[in-house]
Write a protein that binds this ligand. Structure first.
Ligand code: COA
Ligand code: AMP
Length: 671
């Protein structure tokens, strides 16, 4: 096994956490060459030069004259007077540079057995044609298009086709229920929806069309055209499509292949740097998801820069983000970044285990000579659970792999060590959010490979100035002391432009808690070497298998049940998925129900209203919820009890016997 440096102590790499402003860079000493430190300082102290240099990685129609335009400390734009087209940068320019035959996209479906290689030229042709289809359907610059597709190349094509004509895509993950799709339709107000006749999950088919029909019925009616990719590879899906689409008069249903064949290919249109490229909904603290808006220019610059500097990936490399296009990781690192960099991306329809076995990832790495694999820790835990000795790995040649990057949830040190010891490449934990669109903290391997510390997401990426703040917003200077993780404004290029449909929502959700900073919603600490440790959320967002969910929206669903008086949903520890949602409910007076029946009804209610992605199965029925005298549910104490952690009975508790009852309910005493 290669010895990747795993350290517990290194030379400080960032400014000491008690230094409020960056000081001039010092020469790197000890294990660091100083290259990272110099890059980070330049990104903060010579922001204009740093980002204008990075902007040269992108082809502009009108190159920007300035990097940052600040209207106020909280209102700023990147590359404001620049104009460009993102799809041109992802496709045309590589073809024009003579790389048309280079593989842009590899499609590997473990579900259907389909494999395909699509060259840059071919992908450009498909995108231009589909852009023509959208244009013929009346879609223009600034119009929204909802994309609700499984992991097939058409998802990439639809996204880039929107970018080509200046339209704004909003991709909805396939595991969400019809009502969640409807909420997103009502917020984004698209005129066109792109979907498929079917998807496949292990052991079952996912029928998209009935879900789409239901969502259209539930929503306010902005969609006038639905374009359907007819998946012949799925038995029966063609027939379903025909019968499902026949009798709907209000909405026009188009067949993807027929419409594309007849379409006039569309050229890229020039858009402003700060025109929106996409809206991606993510869970917040309320039941209403937040539509994160991404710009064109800042996004193209940041992602292109990240490929070389963080992942150390160039045009001849193969990059595989084993995620889903419905999540930010899929947007940034299945679709945009690898193509902007002229590399090869992989779109994999399958799971880490069971499709057919725990060697699935290693097979894909071998077959396509993948250089960097990026996935969520849950996927690695799933493989470890089935194949603890990594026997499957031995069947494949994974020597092409230069690094395994993980993100989306906390990487527990045990999983880190298992992967680090078993794989012949460095394992890199990095931290980011839908809002930022790319890594906030990472080991920037393309600049300098820093020592790894298990449990840490390493150091701030150039562009991000991180501080740990206490609840009053004062900087915590003591290394290792937990607090709120905040990012000093302005956020770097690529980060969110705002929240769709609500100017105030951006400020109130992120910018008011700590003036001058963006509140990440995460808590953690920085050690004496400047390494960040992300410990958890400070709000009611939870992460189930790397999927971000709001416990508030789960609670809203549970209270719809007529028998439920009160409820609390918490994220509790799950050995596979990191966290799982656990529901605690009380019944209305006078209700006598069979508890198993009620649990099933609640589980099905969540499935129907949020979707299978919530993976909600855990319901505890209580007489009363543990609360303070002022009526606040004792969430932390409940979680500690469920997780088997030591807990103190809070002095403000209304009734201590409610905790005893909870202990009995979650850990039944044997007869
Ligand atoms: N469309 C429709 N349904 C979907 C779906 C999709 N795209 N993705 C998941 N689902 C369904 C699953 O079929 C499952 O349904 P079920 O309750 O009927 O079985 C449910 O949603 C929960 O799925 P999941 O959380 O994936 O759990 P799982 O038990 O099926 O699989 C893992 C477990 C570990 C294999 C899986 O969670 C995994 O691959 N995780 C990797 C994490 C990841 O890629 N995260 C992305 C962020 S980087
Ligand atoms: P999402 O917006 O779905 O990408 O989820 C973002 C949230 O996931 C962050 O705010 C963190 O809470 C969590 N997260 C992402 N990456 C990491 C990581 N490497 N370590 C710990 N938590 C992470």
């Amino acid at each position: 096994m290669t010895d990747h440096t795993v350290s517990t102590r290194t030379t400080p790499l960032t400014d000491a956490p008690d230094t409020p402003q960056p000081t001039p860079p010092e020469a790197g000493t000890g294990t660091s060459t100083g290259a990272y430190r110099a890059a980070w300082r330049r990104s903060i102290e010579q922001r204009e030069e740093f980002w204008l240099d990075a902007a040269r990685l992108v082809d502009w129609v009108d190159p920007p004259s300035a990097a940052l335009t600040e209207h106020s400390p909280t209102d700023y734009r990147w590359f404001a007077d620049g104009t460009l087209n993102t799809s041109y940068n992802a496709l045309d320019r590589h073809v024009l540079a003579g790389r048309g035959d280079h593989t842009a996209l590899i499609y590997d479906s473990a579900m259907t057995g389909t494999r395909a290689r699509i060259s840059y030229r071919d992908l450009l042709d498909r995108v231009a044609r589909f852009a023509g289809v959208l244009r013929a359907a009346g879609v223009g610059r600034g119009d929204r298009v909802v994309v609700y597709l499984p992991m097939i190349p058409e998802a990439v094509v639809a996204m880039l086709a929107c970018a080509r004509i200046g339209a704004v895509h909003s991709v909805v993950f396939g595991g969400f229920a019809a009502s969640e799709l409807a909420v997103r339709i009502d917020d984004a107000r698209p005129t066109v929806l792109v979907t498929a006749s079917g998807g496949l999950e292990p052991g079952k088919a996912v029928e998209y069309l009935p879900l789409v029909r239901k969502a259209l019925d539930l929503s306010a009616g902005s969609v006038h055209t639905v374009i359907v990719q007819n998946r012949h590879a799925i038995p029966g899906s063609a027939a379903d499509y025909a019968s499902d689409t026949g009798d709907d008069a209000a909405v026009r249903w188009l067949d993807w292949a027929e419409a594309s064949a007849a379409a006039t290919p569309a050229d890229p249109v020039t858009v402003a740097s700060d025109d929106p490229l996409y809206i991606l909904y993510t869970s917040g603290t309320t039941g209403n998801p937040k539509g994160i808006i991404r710009d064109n220019g800042g996004h193209a610059v940041a992602l292109t820069w990240s490929m070389r500097n963080i992942y150390d990936i160039g045009p001849d490399d193969v990059f595989w983000a084993a995620s889903d296009v419905g999540w930010v990781v899929g947007h940034s690192y299945i679709v945009y970044a690898p193509l902007l960099a002229g590399a090869t991306t992989v779109i994999y329809e399958g799971k880490p285990i069971g499709t057919p076995d725990a060697g699935a990832f290693w097979r894909v790495v071998q077959d396509y000579r993948v250089n960097v694999l990026f996935t969520a820790p849950t996927a690695i835990r799933a493989i470890r659970r089935v194949d603890p000795e990594l026997a499957e790995l031995a069947r494949y040649d994974v020597s092409s792999l230069t690094a395994l990057f993980l993100a989306g949830e906390r990487l527990d040190p045990e999983t880190f060590h298992w992967a680090n010891d078993g794989l012949h490449c460095p394992v890199v934990d990095h931290w980011w959010q839908t809002e930022t669109g790319w890594a906030i903290c990472a080991n920037p391997r393309g600049i300098e490979e820093l020592p790894t510390k298990p449990g840490s997401t390493a150091v701030p990426v150039p562009g991000y100035d991180i501080a740990i703040l206490d609840s009053k917003g004062a900087r915590i200077t003591k290394p290792g002391k937990d607090g709120n993780i905040a990012i000093r404004l302005p956020l770097p290029p690529g980060s969110l432009l705002g929240i769709w449909g609500g100017d105030d929502r951006f400020a109130s959700a992120y910018l008011t808690a700590f003036p001058g900073f963006y509140a990440t919603g995460d808590s953690g600490h920085i050690d004496a070497d400047g390494y960040l440790y992300v410990m958890g959320r400070t709000d009611d967002v939870i992460n189930v298998a790397g999927h971000r969910l709001s416990t508030g929206s789960l609670e809203e669903v549970l209270t719809r049940h007529p028998a439920i008086a009160e409820c609390a949903v918490l994220g509790v520890h799950d050995p596979l998925k990191g966290q799982r949602a656990a529901g605690f409910v009380t019944l209305k007076a006078g209700w006598v129900v069979d508890h198993d029946l009620l649990r099933n009804e609640l589980v099905n209610l969540v499935r129907e209203h949020i979707g299978p992605v919530a993976a909600f199965r855990d319901v505890t029925i209580l007489e009363r919820l543990p609360k303070t005298r002022s009526g606040k549910i004792l969430r932390k104490t409940i979680r500690q009890i469920v997780d088997g952690e030591p807990y103190k009975v809070p002095p403000t508790i209304e009734d201590p016997t409610t905790l005893d009852a909870l202990v009995r309910a979650v850990r039944p005493i044997p007869d």
